[in-house]
Write a protein that binds this ligand. Structure first.
Ligand code: DGY
Length: 329
C-alpha cells in the first residue's frame, strides 16, 4: 500500500478517506513537526498532506524520492517551493473555493470589531470601568456610505464585497487585471492602487503572498491613506510592513487596523503592535470553522488519493508539472 504523511491531525472524514487508500502516518503534536521529522517521514511516502505552517523547501522535497503530491490544506501555498516540486514532477495542490465564506466572514468580523472598538469595549466592561451610559462612550465609525477598498478581488475579496454591500458601503477595488464581469455582477468600481488608498475608509487585503505583493503596504502606501482609515489584513502578514504599520498607528497616519496574519507567526510577545489599542488582533483564524476546515481537509485528501491512483488531481498550483511528468514517462 502507498504511504501518506500528514503533518498535523486533520478532520476525521479526511483521515478516513486517506486510510482507505493508503498507509497513513499523522504527526500527533499540536505544533508543526520539525524539518527533520518531515524528512524522516517522507523518505518513503507517496503523498504529503501539509499545512501552511510547514516550510516545504527544496531540501525536504529532495528527500521525497517517491513523492507524487504535496497537498496543502490551505488556499495559500507560499510555504512550498513550487519550482523544486515541479522539477521533481510532484503535484502541488491547494484548497480554493471551500474557505471563501469563512475567510470573508472573519475579514468582515474584524473590520466591524475595529470600527466599533469591540475588544476595547469588552475589556472596559470586564475590568469594571463601566460606570454608566454616556453619549460619548467608545464612539466608533459607521459603515454606511463609507468606502471599502478591496485589494485583490478574487474569490475571498468578492465575498467581502458582497458582505459590504449589505452594510450599505461603496466599494472600489484594485488588482493588476480589471474584472469587468465582477464589476457588473457585484457592483464595484475599479481604481488604481493610489486612488484606492487615498479614497478608502477601510482597506482590506486579499492577495496571495508573491514577490510582487511582499511589503506592498509599506510606509509610502500607509501615508496615502486617510487619517480616519482602517487597514484590514486576512491575507498574509508579509504583505504589510509591520514596522511601518506600527508607526502609522502611533503617529495617527491611519485610525486603526485589524490583523489576522503576521510577518512572524505566532506573533512575538515583544511585538509592539500588541500594546496598541487601535488594533484588533486574531491568530490566523480566517478559515477556522469546523465545517470549513473539514471541507479543506477532505479536498486535500481527495487530491492526494487521485495522485496515489495515478490520476490527475484537481487544484494543481504548479501546472507545469504536467509537462515534467509527461517527459518522465
Ligand atoms: C489559507 O488557506 O491560506 C488560509 O490562510 C488558512 O486560514
Amino acid at each position: 500500500m502507498k504511504k501518506v504523511y500528514i503533518t498535523r491531525q486533520i478532520a476525521e472524514e479526511a483521515l478516513k478517506l486517506l486510510r482507505e487508500n493508503a498507509n497513513v502516518t499523522v504527526h500527533s503534536g499540536t505544533l508543526p513537526p520539525k524539518k527533520n521529522e518531515i524528512i524522516k517521514n517522507i523518505r518513503d511516502a507517496h503523498g504529503l498532506v501539509a499545512l501552511l505552517t510547514d516550510q516545504i523547501d527544496a531540501e525536504i522535497i529532495d528527500h521525497g524520492k517517491q513523492l507524487t503530491i504535496i497537498a496543502n490544506v490551505a488556499v495559500g501555498y507560499d510555504n512550498i517551493d513550487l519550482e523544486a516540486a515541479t522539477r521533481k514532477g510532484i503535484y502541488v495542490t491547494n484548497t480554493p473555493g471551500v474557505l471563501d465564506d469563512a475567510t470573508a466572514d472573519l475579514a468582515f468580523t474584524i473590520l466591524l470589531a475595529v470600527a466599533r472598538r469591540i475588544p476595547e469595549a469588552d475589556s472596559f466592561v470586564r475590568s469594571g470601568q463601566w460606570k454608566g451610559w454616556s453619549p460619548n462612550l467608545l464612539l466608533g465609525s459607521d459603515l454606511r456610505d463609507k468606502t471599502l477598498g478591496i485589494i485583490g478581488l478574487g474569490r475571498i475579496g468578492s465575498e467581502v464585497a458582497k458582505r459590504a454591500k449589505c452594510f450599505k458601503m461603496k466599494i472600489v477595488y484594485y488588482q493588476p487585471q480589471r474584472d469587468l464581469e465582477k464589476e457588473t455582477n457585484i457592483g464595484v468600481r475599479y481604481v488604481s492602487l493610489e486612488e484606492l488608498l487615498s479614497i478608502s475608509d477601510f482597506v482590506s487585503l486579499h492577495v496571495p503572498l508573491t514577490s510582487e505583493t511582499r511589503s506592498m503596504i509599506s510606509r509610502r502606501e500607509l501615508n496615502k491613506m486617510k487619517k480616519t482609515a482602517y487597514l484590514i489584513n486576512t491575507s498574509r502578514g508579509q504583505v504589510v510592513d509591520e514596522e511601518a504599520l506600527y508607526e502609522a498607528l502611533t503617529e495617527g497616519e491611519i485610525k486603526g487596523a485589524a490583523l489576522d496574519v503576521y510577518d512572524k507567526e505566532p506573533i512575538s510577545p515583544d511585538n509592539p503592535l500588541l500594546k496598541l489599542k487601535n488594533i484588533v488582533l486574531t491568530p490566523h483564524i480566517g478559515s477556522a470553522t469546523l465545517e470549513t476546515r473539514t471541507r479543506m481537509a477532505v479536498l486535500a485528501a481527495e487530491n492526494t488519493v487521485k495522485a496515489l491512483k495515478n490520476e490527475i488531481p484537481s487544484c494543481i498550483v504548479n501546472p507545469q508539472v504536467l509537462e515534467h511528468r509527461k517527459n518522465k514517462t
